[in-house]
Design a protein around this ligand. Structure first.
Ligand SMILES: *[C@@H]1O[C@H](CO)[C@@H](O)[C@H](O)[C@H]1NC(C)=O
Ligand SMILES: *[C@@H]1O[C@H](CO)[C@@H](O)[C@H](O)[C@H]1NC(C)=O
Ligand SMILES: *[C@@H]1O[C@H](CO)[C@@H](O)[C@H](O)[C@H]1NC(C)=O
Length: 683
């Protein structure tokens, strides 16, 4: 057995040097397929990306956003025995390692790390973020990957069917785990103790595979408590790994990690591996000594302080202890402040300081207030150095919990980039406020153009070509959110005031995704169901659940609103009527184009406007299953598909707004600024 690196702190220096020298001399040999790292010094490791060895620690990511890092044991390992069922009772391979994750907050970090067995050490085409540096959207799930990963996943990604934001999963060739469980361990009396992967404390993981019973076991325990390996594994799954560890060739063992847009550091402190047997124990003292070196880790003062109080109950000692506690408290507060600052500085490329944003908006003056609504106030600003115009949204999530949810959400939304979405440039946190910085949209929001009361303002009028392009743009942005991006994002609040227009009058959707964490927003535009009255699909009111189909419903309303320049709820003969019903009535009378905006005159393409109105109706179908998906909507709009022939005025049901209305009219009364107030104007 080769001790490739042994660091005993109590070693006299010459012996240590000797040891290290002898290590570098034997580096190449694998021999019996085992190795042990009680701390890392870079020997026999192949690293890439952000990974480096520092102070005896293997740091996979160093806090840069959207980066990945890998470290592999340099030499291939012969897994033949793990493929051919062996008669021995020893595991076919086993490994154990100790890790620490330092996120920007005690309880938030992204995206985690993974122990990896792979046929290759080349992960250059893998993506960071939720792909954890393991795969990309093209090869995810491909059996030819020959990849086994034990993921320690700290963010919930619905696209990979994650169970939560703190789990351990067994991944075979795919980021959709073959099995996963919330992180934790079982005590000897069978009690389950959950563990937080991002707690910044060292934890130990064991992975074992037995080719005879084709079973993979994964176990985790807190390292700081000097816990022995729990008897009952967290995950014990029957799976024949032969297809991954194919008989003829060899595999590499190592680690992969990646950051999203948060500043997170992922460390491995010790690692031991063995083919055909139990991996050797790591040296507790050495590992814990190394763990203390990790910046940002809470120190172990608690245990000692409590001992002091118990064993030396004298006043003087108590005073000393108090002084110590105060000092530690101060240190902690300083540390908390430091991480907070660090985070503000490091989040997302690029990020902003509060001072920059104060300068940009001249101290959030009322003169630069663009509007209120959609979860907060929006200000126009000009960034001090780049002179770039930005829109700054000031959100007050209120509670600490709200802030956390909001941030987790933003971590995910930071990935989004599409020409029909308003780009989030970065954020800044200031006290209990969150400042989100977006691209500035010089032409404001779509509803101002459609519902401008001042008919003389001809320059504010949108011609049909522009309107049709806006509809296509919104559809394309929504399609991206629903189906094209790696993760499904339900917008939840599609409406004309959330569609912004850039310098070339291209539509860009704003405020996406935020509704999820802000369903209880105090904003008057937003109902308790999340969404805006008039755009809410009937089943949302009934079931309170937003889906892709409810977004499609709202988009249908929006399409008709653009063609007709009328609010989603209009007043006809003193009665409130849904715009869809109104369009449908025109169609039943024989001419659907009667419903269009009279200001268009004859500046429109008949075929297009009919398509928009009929498709709008189809999207507003009372039954969610009858509504087309955004992919199909795109095809209809691009004339790649024809509308269903049975879409006739008689086959569409009237959409009754009555049951909803009672409630919502009352809501409207108490919120004088909502869109519904337009009812009273009798447009
Ligand atoms: C792996 O080990 C087996 C025997 O255990 C041997 O037959 C085979 O040649 C080895 N493969 C490689 C690539 O070294
Ligand atoms: C995996 O766990 C099960 C259940 O505790 C145990 O019976 C089995 O021996 C374990 N296998 C290995 C390879 O550790
Ligand atoms: C696992 O699969 C391989 C190849 O498919 C097969 O040869 C082997 O017998 C299987 N192992 C067990 C224990 O079934």
């Amino acid at each position: 057995m080769h001790h490739l690196s042994f660091l005993h702190l109590q070693c006299p220096l010459p012996i240590l040097v000797l040891l290290l020298l002898s290590v570098s001399g034997t580096g190449a040999a694998i021999g019996d397929g085992q190795f042990i790292y009680d701390g890392f010094f870079g020997n026999d490791l192949t690293m890439d990306g952000e990974a480096s060895v520092i102070d005896g620690l293997l740091r996979l990511t160093s806090g840069q956003a959207q980066f990945k890092g890998h470290a592999f044991y340099t030499y291939p390992l012969n897994f033949t025995s793990a493929v051919v069922p062996s008669s021995s009772s020893a595991p076919s391979f086993s490994t154990t390692f100790v890790f620490v994750i330092i996120g920007p907050y005690q309880d938030l970090s992204s995206h985690g790390l993974a122990f990896v067995l792979s046929s290759t050490k080349d992960f250059s085409s893998a993506l960071p973020g939720q792909f954890m540096g393991l795969l990309n959207s093209n090869n995810n799930g491909n059996p030819s990957n020959r990849l086994l990963a034990i993921e320690l996943d700290t963010i919930l990604n619905t696209e990979f069917s994650d169970i939560d934001g703190n789990h351990i999963g067994i991944d075979v060739n795919s980021l959709v785990s073959m099995a996963s469980r919330t992180a934790g361990y079982y005590t000897t009396d069978g009690e389950f103790h959950p563990l937080s992967l991002v707690s910044r404390k060292p934890m130990q993981v064991w992975v074992e595979y037995d080719s005879k019973h084709t079973r993979v076991n994964v176990t985790i325990a807190p390292y700081y408590l000097r816990s022995p390996k729990p008897k009952r594994p967290l995950l014990s799954v029957a799976y024949n790994l032969s297809s991954v560890l194919a008989a003829t060739s060899t595999m590499y063992a190592g680690f992969s990690s990646a950051n999203g847009i948060l500043n997170c550091k992922h460390y491995i402190i010790g690692w031991s591996f063995k083919l055909d047997g139990e991996a050797a124990q790591l040296d507790y003292k050495t590992i814990l000594g190394l763990a203390q070196k990790i910046e940002g880790r809470p120190s172990n003062y608690n245990y000692k302080t409590i001992l002091c109080i118990v064993l030396l109950p004298t006043v003087t000692v108590a005073v000393v202890v108090c002084a110590l506690l105060v000092k530690v408290h101060m240190k902690r507060r300083l540390q908390a402040r430091k991480t907070e600052l660090e985070w503000e500085r490091e989040y997302g490329p690029p990020s902003f300081t509060h001072k920059d944003l104060l300068v940009a908006t001249s101290g959030f003056k009322d003169e630069v207030l663009l509007g209120r609504g959609g979860f907060g106030s929006v200000y126009k600003g000009v960034l001090p150095v780049s002179k770039q115009a930005v829109a700054i949204k000031r959100v007050s999530p209120g509670s600490k919990q709200g802030m956390k949810e909001f941030l987790a959400e933003i971590v995910i939304l930071g990935h989004l980039g599409h020409r029909n979405l308003v780009q989030l440039l970065g954020y800044c946190r200031h006290k209990q406020q969150l400042l989100l910085v977006y691209d500035y949209m010089p032409n404001g929001s779509l509803d101002c153009y459609l519902h401008n009361q001042d008919h003389s303002a001809t320059n504010n009028r949108l011609c049909w070509a522009q309107r049709f392009r806006i509809i296509e743009g919104v559809a394309s942005g929504l399609f991206y959110l629903h189906e094209h991006w790696e993760q499904v994002v339900i917008h939840r609040d599609i409406k004309t005031s959330n569609v912004l227009l850039d310098g070339e009058m291209n539509a860009r959707l704003g405020d996406f995704g935020l509704a999820r964490s802000h369903a209880h927003g105090a904003d008057a535009h937003t109902t308790h169901m999340a969404g805006t009255w008039g755009y809410i699909a009937p089943e949302v009111a009934r079931l309170g659940k937003a889906t892709k189909a409810t977004d499609v419903f709202a988009f249908g309303v929006l399409m008709m609103e653009v063609a007709c320049a009328r609010r989603p709820i209009i007043r006809a003969d003193g009665e409130p009527v849904a715009l869809a019903d109104w369009v449908l009535a025109a169609w039943r009378r024989g001419s659907i184009t009667d419903a269009i905006d009279p200001r268009l005159g004859d500046d429109y393409v008949e075929e297009e406007i009919e398509l928009v109105l009929k498709l709008g109706l189809l999207c507003c179908h009372p039954s969610p299953n009858a509504r087309p998906r955004m992919r199909l909507v795109m095809q209809y709009l691009q004339r790649d598909a024809a509308l269903p022939t049975d879409l006739q005025p008689d086959t569409l049901l009237m959409i009754s707004v009555e049951p909803l209305l009672q409630d919502e009219m009352q809501h409207a009364m108490s919120c004088p600024t909502t869109a519904i107030t337009d009812l009273s104007r009798g447009r």
